[in-house]
Design a protein around this ligand. Structure first.
Ligand SMILES: Nc1ncnc2c1ncn2[C@@H]1O[C@H](COP(=O)(O)OP(=O)(O)O)[C@@H](O)[C@H]1O
Ligand SMILES: [Mg+2]
Length: 239
């Protein structure tokens, strides 16, 4: 048994003629937080969507627990233990908080009891969600909507959580809270692939990092080392 949970090898993704992802390879080991940083348009979302089966690659392979999932469908990949929190949250604004959370378990078979247990775990992390169960999700604040989107993804009890820009558009206080919760999820045993434009925060909680530039991995390594790298500092940390 290897300690690799996710392995992406030589991935190429196109939108028509646009070569969005160019020979991207990356690995996430069990228990790690790995972050994928890069500017707007670098290909971060495309990479996550391809891993979760929403977008098809032209070539390359994706392995989850050493199983080839390159051609699996999205709901099957979710069923295997991979859940994605999409960019911009994508919650159902007209539905209640409770209904949104329940949506997260559609791909996995759960008894009523299992569902309740999964929900209780989510409420432990986000007590505010429990107070707001009946509230229409569209009336939550941005930070609360992000918590809801993460909570929804946790309903399928993923071993690997893919987070796409969880800090986007949030006030500094919520950003801090969201990142603290991501660290907590890791402590509780969830492995995390975190996509962020907020490189500073992402590198501060991650174990390892990949830097994506116009579809290519241009740097990779220990998160602390990358944080101190002059080139990363200049290009991504505003130093
Ligand atoms: N649906 C699409 N159709 C055509 N091009 C797209 C589409 N989605 C993304 N792209 C292009 O692919 C590249 C990578 O985009 P994306 O993965 O969204 O980057 P990021 O998440 O890093 O901002 C960009 O050049 C973007 O314009
Ligand atoms: Mg994106």
């Amino acid at each position: 048994m290897s300690d690799s949970l996710l392995r992406v090898e030589n991935l190429n993704v196109f939108y028509g003629n646009i070569h969005a992802i160019k020979n991207v390879s990356l690995e996430v080991k069990k228990g790690e937080i790995v972050t994928l940083i890069g500017a707007n348009g670098a290909g971060k979302t495309t990479t996550l969507q391809t891993i979760s089966g929403i977008i098809r690659s032209k070539s390359g392979s994706i392995y989850y627990r050493d199983k080839d999932i390159t051609k699996e469908r999205a709901h099957k990949i979710n069923h295997l233990g991979v859940a994605q929190v999409p960019e911009g949250r994508r919650i159902f604004t007209n539905l209640s908080v409770e209904d949104n959370i329940e949506m997260g378990s559609y791909a996995v078979k759960q008894s009523h009891k299992e569902k309740e247990a999964a929900m209780e775990k989510i409420f432990k992390m986000f007590p505010r969600m429990k107070e707001r169960l009946a509230q229409r999700a569209g009336t939550l604040s941005g930070g609360e909507q992000q918590m809801l989107a993460i909570g929804r993804a946790l309903m399928s009890k993923p071993d690997l959580l893919l987070l796409d820009e969880p800090s986007m558009g949030l006030s500094p206080l919520f950003v801090k809270e969201i990142f603290e919760n991501i660290s907590k999820l890791k402590e509780e045993g969830t492995t995390i692939l975190l996509v962020e434009q907020n490189a500073k925060m992402a590198l501060s909680i991650a174990d390892r990092a990949y830097v994506l530039e116009t579809g290519k991995v241009i740097m990779e390594g220990d998160a602390k080392e990358l944080r101190d790298d002059p080139k990363v500092k200049k290009a991504y940390l505003g130093a």
